[in-house]
Ligand binder design. Sequence first.
Ligand code: FES
Length: 59
Amino acid sequence: MSENIICLCKGISEEAIVKAIKEGATSIEAVKEKTEATTGPCKGSRCISKIEELIEKHK
Ligand code: FES
């Protein structure tokens, strides 16, 4: 199965982000706590907008 990596710095997949959203992480802060997405060297500049889209889609 091919994985769509959302947070490139931390190698966090779309699947992992969506799972966190479905478990109630419906803000960037909450997704960050659950998955460590946005905590890489780019500090989320490459992934926050994609995570926001996923939250809108899956919350
Ligand atoms: S791509 Fe997510 S922190 Fe850099």
